[in-house]
Design a protein around this ligand. Structure first.
Ligand code: XAN
Length: 481
């Protein structure tokens, strides 16, 4: 291949330039399918993928083939292959999607002792969220978390904020500046909460309306959108849920809440809502289950509840680090997927102690193995299935599968560049594992060779933010090392 026309690694924020990304593209278009396209060029204009050319020999020519009216000067090529002639050790991967993150709890990551959900909320969580009414503290935390999640390759996040509308506005502004694709949720809670951290129904509803209006009409950044956030059934009155439901329907909004995380929580919901047949029925009766609803946890769903979740086309955010840390239980992901229910991954910061979706995927893998030890091998999730949950699964949960999650023409270019050999990397591959067969036979008497899938697995199990060298959201660089 001639690279004479390439402007190597030159990236511009100017949206008028046609960007052509060259290298190996890895994604998971279907559950269980790992698609690896080497020597491929992908053309991006205004943040949207315009063409995908496999077996490319000249990315500039690919772009001119796509649009003959362009001049080579209009085209910027980004090539991540570097010295890697094998095209194995660096690749593009779709940006991760975190479907459940309590950004305002971040200062508490790692601090949960032996607590379980309900005492954890009282002891650690409500005091921390309340403290973020201080805008200086909130600003520091939001900047830190957005920077941290971007550095781990997370391009889209559904955030829970606090009950304070001012700090939700601040989150929308900061994420807009830092360039992450976000859903901003002002937490609603008008019942069963400490008196220092509760709102009345009117304030909860009106401040939700206000923040939605601000995000949609004043901020006007397509990457930043509101999400209606009734915290969970115990902290919401019937009246509040009904009002929020009307708002959701009138304005076609996303919703996020928690469902069936912990056994004591479930018993409490049954006591609080005797008119409902089960926990899921509370949200169904009060009109909060739509195809744009994200339900976090769903660890203890019954068959009847799963059926309602499926019928309403809600998505489930699987939060395995949180579920293990708070000893909530083991979500039966295979059981949900087999019923055609949409499942993505959530870090659930700070009940989850990591901002990394890669780490969350590893825990999903481990939890499925624990379930397999009690049930059967077919509940095990594979590496490619966990990566699917981290990308396409998340896109489905957020009802954004037409625009996010894979490399397809028409989708947004939300991408992370992975280098498994970056200095200081925790992913060790030996050069003789990468030799081609002929060289290998000559020089090393056949030490086992490594496949492309093996490299992805090594990254999945040992990778971290050191391997995420560059991140783009809608074609714009938002992080680089
Ligand atoms: N239920 C919850 N579960 C959780 O993991 N984190 C929370 O903040 C929360 N609130 C209700």
């Amino acid at each position: 291949m001639t690279k004479s026309n390439f402007i190597l690694n030159k990236v511009s924020d100017e949206q008028t330039n046609f960007l052509v990304f060259f290298g190996t593209f890895v994604d998971t278009p279907k559950l269980g399918e790992l698609r690896i396209r080497e020597r491929t060029s992908i053309g991006v204009l205004d943040g949207i993928i315009k063409f995908v050319k496999r077996d490319s020999s000249d990315p500039v020519m690919d772009c001119l083939d796509y649009d003959a009216s362009l001049s080579p000067d209009d085209i910027l090529v980004v090539d991540i292959t570097g010295e890697d002639e094998s095209c194995l050790t660096s690749f593009y991967f779709p940006g991760f999607i975190d479907t459940h993150n309590h950004i305002s709890q971040y200062p508490n990551v790692g601090i949960f002792g032996n607590s379980t959900l309900l005492d954890w909320l009282e002891k650690y969580t409500f005091p921390m969220e309340a403290a973020l009414a201080n805008q200086d503290i909130a600003s520091e935390v939001y900047n830190k978390v957005i920077g941290r999640t971007l550095s781990h390759g997370t391009t889209t996040v559904a955030y829970y904020n606090t009950i304070d509308a001012k700090s939700a506005k601040l989150l929308a502004q900061i994420s807009s500046v830092l360039g992450q694709r976000v859903l901003v949720g002002k937490v609603c809670m008008d019942a069963n909460a400490p008196e220092y951290y509760i709102e009345d129904t009117k304030t909860s509803y009106e401040s939700t309306v206000k923040i939605i209006k601000y995000i949609k009409e004043t901020l006007g950044n397509p990457l930043v959108n509101p999400i209606v956030t009734p915290r969970f059934a115990p902290s919401c009155s019937r009246e509040l849920m009904q009002k929020l439901s009307k708002l959701v329907k009138d304005e076609d909004l996303h919703v996020q809440t928690h469902l069936s995380e912990n056994k004591k929580e479930i018993q409490w919901v049954q006591k609080l809502f005797p008119e409902c047949t089960n926990y899921t029925d509370v949200y169904d009766k009060y009109g909060l289950l739509t195809e744009k609803t994200v339900l976090a946890h769903c660890v203890h769903l019954t068959d009847a509840e799963a059926n309602v979740v499926r019928q309403r086309r809600c998505g489930i955010s699987h939060c395995p680090i949180s579920n293990s840390s708070l000893t909530s239980g083991e979500c039966r992901v295979r059981w949900l997927l087999d019923q055609g229910i949409k499942v993505g991954l959530g870090t659930d910061v700070s009940a989850g102690h990591s901002c990394s979706i890669l780490a969350t995927g590893r825990q999903a893998f481990a939890v499925s193995r624990h379930l397999a030890m009690k049930k059967s091998d077919n509940v095990k999730l594979s590496v490619s299935e966990c990566l699917y949950l981290a990308t396409m699964g998340g896109a489905q949960v957020l009802n954004m599968e037409d625009t996010l999650g894979t490399f397809e023409v028409g989708k947004q270019f939300d991408v992370q560049a992975i280098d498994t050999c970056t200095p200081g990397s925790n992913v060790d591959t030996f050069h003789w594992q990468l030799q081609n067969q002929e060289q290998n036979q000559d020089f090393y008497k056949n030490p086992p060779l490594i496949t492309k899938e093996d490299i992805i697995a090594k990254w999945f199990f040992n990778g971290d933010d050191r391997n995420t060298t560059k991140v783009w959201v809608a074609g714009r660089v938002v992080h680089q090392t």
